[in-house]
Design a protein around this ligand. Structure first.
Ligand SMILES: C[S@@+](CC[C@H](N)C(=O)[O-])C[C@H]1O[C@@H](n2cnc3c(N)ncnc32)[C@H](O)[C@@H]1O
Length: 226
């Protein structure tokens, strides 16, 4: 697996690995995300709805990170309490506007998920969608520990397998770029087993993996506390 550049995050007092996903969600990116990227999430949304119907949400759901509250909008009309957490204020502003138009009971929090500021087992269900692939391995592992810690029952995350066509191509491009003196790709992949190994010591097991499509191959891993 290719590793990204190792720099300190400039905007943090905490010694942490650098990743662009932490700082790139500016105003213009937030608009882009809301208006353009969401149109491509139809198959992923459909699979998520199926997973949540099958496993049940419980009374509280943490969406970490929530981005522009794609999931909140998708689950409008449901009865659970929705908690959205994100580091980007522009993303949170758009999430807030969007959630106002729903019937959900919700709270939004600006926070760094490298230190999820919630008590142990605070949420019945935690979702972490389209996030882990932004994180270098050490940070990814520690963020997962944090998310498992605050989850009582169900942890659902998306990831890319290293042998997915999308990542094989990405890694080839990254190697070519590095050969020319450039930076490695700032996106990361891993197996579902790797995910399970991270959270097993906290009492979770990998319950199921769901694919969502052929070429882009985002996958969901469902991790359940036993
Ligand atoms: C690709 S978006 C995914 C948003 C949402 N989960 C979805 O699927 O629509 C990634 C999000 O991660 C957030 N993010 C990146 N690093 C973060 C951190 N350390 N703590 C909290 N949020 C972070 C970004 O601000 C951005 O909103």
């Amino acid at each position: 697996m290719l590793e990204g550049p190792r720099k300190k995050n400039q905007d943090s007092d905490i010694e942490s690995e650098f990743y662009t996903g932490r700082v790139k969600y500016t105003d213009s990116m937030a608009d882009h995300y809301l208006k353009k990227s969401e149109g491509r999430r139809g198959p992923e949304n459909a699979v998520l709805k199926r997973i949540l119907e099958q496993y049940g949400i419980g009374e509280t759901l943490l969406d970490a990170p929530c981005g522009v509250a794609r999931v909140g909008a998708l689950l409008n009309g449901s009865d659970f309490r929705y908690f959205g957490a994100d580091y980007s204020r522009p993303m949170l502003e758009r999430a807030r506007e969007r959630l106002k138009a729903t019937t959900l009971r919700y709270d939004l929090l600006h926070c760094d998920l490298e230190q999820a500021p919630f008590g142990p087992r605070s949420f019945d269900t935690t979702l972490s969608l389209r996030f882990l692939h932004h994180l270098p391995t050490k940070t990814r592992s520690s963020v997962l520990h944090g998310l498992a810690r605050v989850t009582d029952r169900l942890l659902v995350v998306t990831f890319f397998h290293p042998f997915s066509l999308h990542y094989v191509m990405r890694n080839c491009r990254s190697l070519l770029n590095m050969a020319k003196g450039g930076e490695p790709s700032g996106r990361y992949s891993h197996t579902a087993r790797w995910l399970e190994e991270q959270v097993k010591p906290q009492g979770f097991r990998l319950s199921q993996v769901y694919p969502t499509g052929f070429l882009k191959e985002t996958r969901y891993a469902v991790l359940e506390r036993i």
